[in-house]
Design a binder for this molecule. Structure first.
Ligand code: EPU
Length: 431
């Protein structure tokens, strides 16, 4: 069992990189399904979820190759070769490991006219339906059946039939449903207008990549995306660089909030993180965007604030475990409200075992700050919760052992080494 072993130590100092965004890279990889030929993605993080998506693409008939690391230690480019004919199926063994695999549904339907995708599993929080995806793709003309745990989708009209552009209104700005419908619409006949679309920077990155492949998209990054379908796409002419990971950036900034010190996240982008940076400022961090990157500094005790998660540009649900961890040692009482996912408070029980004073009721948590946590064996229930427990160890007396470390590897290249490079006492032990 992978474990992270953490001890509180000195304030953190140094310069790090967040690396490419997981939730962009996975969709860019899926977008490679849309055009035959060789695609090159730069800055794709070396994380487990990328390996799983590579296996999904491999099952569909693509070849994914990782080039050697760059001289500066950064990840080598990811080269994706897409054949003319696809096997439009994403098998259970893979989809079960990663819910994001569902983003192959839109590209497969529009490119191959049919798709069989297992129902997604993924993080262990809440019920995570895909009705919005199916509604959007259905509006473009796809029809779906549920057969033996698989979603079987097809474009009526037989071989060569295309989806048809439509006005699609989402009942909720779902991030991956937006990805799916945009990727389906780029090869549909006519124009699709997607209202109440997700506005995440990763959606805008996907649209930029699709644009370089010949797609005609307006309004990316806003809640109204207009897609004029084209007959065919081609690989982007040059490598596409993935935007930096804002959740990894927030993790590193939260580490500074907890341990104190001053750190620069070289590739951090404040313009992708307005609300969470404002919250972190209210909590007591000093954060500035300079020419050398995003600089975060903290000294003394943090202050409590209230936080509510909302779709982008609100405070993302992914940041919440880091904010709750900071509030657990801040001065005062903070009320945290989860508006997106049910059951995303599971790590709170683990923080309590470390001495945090947190009461949860429905989708609210009341966090009364204590001066210091106390190291304990704790378990990561999902990716961000796991990272937050590692951070909690930075302000806990004694040793904190976070088991379930494999969750953390799904989205962080090497969290222990990154934190160590800033002076933290974090190591991993495992099989
Ligand atoms: N929802 C539905 N029906 C749908 C789709 C979503 O009811 O068809 C609900 C969900 O159950 C949830 C809410 O809508 O309550 C938000 O879901 P959304 O679809 O926006 O999230 P997602 O696309 O499944 C992505 C990220 C998440 C991130 C959210 C919010 C990927 C692969 N995942 O999930 O990231 O929390 O957007 O920004 O892009 C992570 O990185 O660990 C992660 C979970």
């Amino acid at each position: 069992m992978e474990r992270f072993i953490v001890r509180a130590g000195e304030p953190l100092h140094g310069t790090v990189r967040a690396g490419g965004a997981k939730n962009s890279a996975l969709k860019l990889m899926a977008a490679c399904l849309l055009a035959e030929g060789r695609h090159v993605l730069a800055g794709v993080p070396r994380i487990v979820d990328v390996e799983i998506m590579s296996e999904v693409l491999d099952a569909i008939g693509l070849t994914v190759t990782r080039l050697a690391d760059r001289p500066d230690g950064g990840p080598g480019d990811l080269v994706v070769d897409t054949p003319a004919a696809l096997v439009p199926e994403a098998p259970y063994e893979l989809v079960e490991k990663m819910r994001a695999s569902v983003v192959v549904l839109g590209p497969l339907l529009t490119r191959a006219g049919r798709a069989r995708v297992s129902l997604p599993g993924g993080d262990d929080f809440g019920s995570r339906p895909i009705d919005i995806h199916l509604h959007g793709l259905g509006m473009l003309g796809a029809s779906f059946d549920m057969v033996h745990g698989n979603i079987e989708g097809r474009v009526p009209g037989g071989a060569g039939a295309r989806l048809v552009g439509q006005r699609v209104v989402f009942e909720y700005p779902s991030h991956t449903a937006t990805d799916n419908v945009v990727m389906a619409a780029v090869l549909a006949k006519g124009t699709t207008v997607l209202e109440n679309a997700a506005r995440e920077p990763e959606v805008a990155d996907l649209c930029a990549f699709l644009g370089a492949m010949g797609a005609r998209i307006r309004g990316a990054g806003t809640s109204r995306i207009e897609i004029e379908g084209v007959e065919e796409l081609h690989p982007a002419p040059g490598p596409h660089r993935v935007i930096p990971d804002r959740v990894v950036t927030a993790t590193l900034i939260a580490a500074v909030g907890l341990a104190g010190g001053e750190v620069v996240v070289e590739d951090g982008r404040a313009d992708h993180m307005d609300m969470v940076l404002r919250k972190m400022g209210d909590i007591g961090l000093e954060i500035t965007q300079g020419p050398d990157g995003l600089r975060a500094a903290a000294s003394g005790r943090l202050h409590s604030v209230d936080v509510a998660t909302l779709p982008y540009p609100g405070v993302a649900t992914d940041y919440k475990p880091f904010l709750v961890t900071m509030l657990s040692v801040a001065d005062g009482i903070g009320i945290v409200t989860e508006n997106l996912f049910q059951g995303r408070f599971r790590y709170v029980d683990e923080l309590r075992r470390m001495g945090a004073d947190i009461r949860t009721e429905g989708h609210h948590a009341v966090v009364r700050g204590v001066r210091r946590l106390s190291g304990a064996p704790v378990r990561a229930s999902d990716l961000r919760a796991g990272a937050a427990l590692v951070l909690a160890g930075l302000v806990a007396e004694g040793e904190t052992v976070v088991s379930g470390g494999a969750h953390i590897d799904r989205g962080y290249e090497d969290l222990a080494a990154t934190l160590r490079s800033l002076g933290a006492d974090v190591r991993r032990a495992g099989p």
